[in-house]
Design a protein around this ligand. Structure first.
Ligand code: VAH
Length: 313
């Protein structure tokens, strides 16, 4: 069976539903520190679970005979800058808990999300390579870079089958923005439909690597299904789809809501965004396990507006 830790979050919510569709509702156990969306709570088993509590995770793993764990709980970049030590403890303790359960032979396979936040101001910003200089300047980025190092160490030293990808900014309509710097690209759709205007906390030319959620979910499941020998990178794979800035997404939205207006009031998140790349080279993921993105910016806008407009009718 599969355990998803962080099933109430942006990725966890959709990952739970996708995996239940593949494996059956009762083969996928959802868990989080707080209850999840109704569709998650009503479609299969759910456990309130503190990802910082090793014994609590072990109890769930044993009682449900869990083989695979997707650890999706973390504090994201903007919130982590407000609570550095809380973010470090949450992001690292949760990872060590799951890595050590695997090292003890209690689970067989782990997915752990890394992020393009592992790259910093000194990283090449265009087509950022898989192997390059990484001096992250955010708490979140430091925790993800360190997490990558530990994933590779546990794989090489203890044979733990942990797999990871560096997610770009993810956009989805099923959950509200949750403390990420890239979450402007989620909030903008809600505000465009509700107010026909949006005050953006990044400036107009801040280009960032982004991806629609359906691509991210598919990549996550595909790397977990890949043959062990094909997963050659055991810290985390670069992954890319689309790169855009607030000006680009505004133009895309205006094709549906012509009167939409954006204004710019950059805040502390501008410095976070400026430390990240603008585009990512994911050639190795495409070669090793056949990654291919599907959704472009205008397709994403159409899906977001089609699924959100009923909430603001
Ligand atoms: C964040 N959505 O903004 C996350 C992501 C690359 C950004 O890691 O913190």
């Amino acid at each position: 069976r599969i355990l998803i830790i962080g099933a109430s979050g942006q990725i966890g919510t959709e990952l739970t539903m996708y995996l239940r569709g593949i494996y059956g509702n009762h083969k996928v156990i959802a868990s989080d520190i707080r209850e999840a969306a109704d569709e998650v709570m009503n479609s299969g088993p759910f456990e309130i679970l503190d990802t910082m509590d090793y014994d609590a995770i072990q109890n769930v793993v044993i009682s449900y005979e869990i083989t695979d764990v997707y650890l999706m709980a973390a504090m994201l970049s903007a919130t982590a800058e407000k609570f550095p030590m809380k973010a470090w403890n949450l992001n690292m303790t949760s990872l060590f808990n799951v890595l050590n359960l695997a090292k003890e032979g209690k689970i067989e396979k782990i997915f752990w999300p890394s992020s393009i936040a592992v790259f910093g101001p000194t990283t090449p910003k265009e087509s950022t390579p898989q192997h390059t200089i990484m001096e992250p300047s955010t708490v979140y980025g430091i925790s993800k870079q360190t997490g990558e190092r530990w994933c590779e160490y546990y794989n090489k030293r203890y044979g733990v089958d942990v797999r990871s990808i560096r997610y770009p900014g993810l956009i989805s309509y099923k959950t509200l923005p949750g403390g990420g710097t890239t979450d402007y690209a989620v909030d903008i759709y809600h505000k465009a439909l509700k107010h026909k205007k949006y005050i953006c906390f990044l400036n107009s030319e801040t280009t960032l690597p982004m991806m629609f959620m359906s691509d991210a979910i598919r990549a996550t499941v595909n790397i977990m299904l890949a043959a062990t020998e094909d997963v050659k990178i055991r810290n985390a794979y670069n992954l890319a789809a689309i790169s855009f800035n607030p000006e680009d997404i505004t133009a895309s939205i205006k094709k549906h809501i012509p009167e939409f207006e954006i204004s710019y009031e950059p805040d502390f998140r501008q410095e976070i965004a400026d430390s990240w790349p603008q585009s990512i080279d994911d050639g190795i993921a495409r070669k090793d396990w056949g990654w291919e993105h599907e959704i472009n910016l205008d397709q994403m806008t159409e899906i977001m507006i089609d699924n959100l407009k009923k909430d603001y009718a």
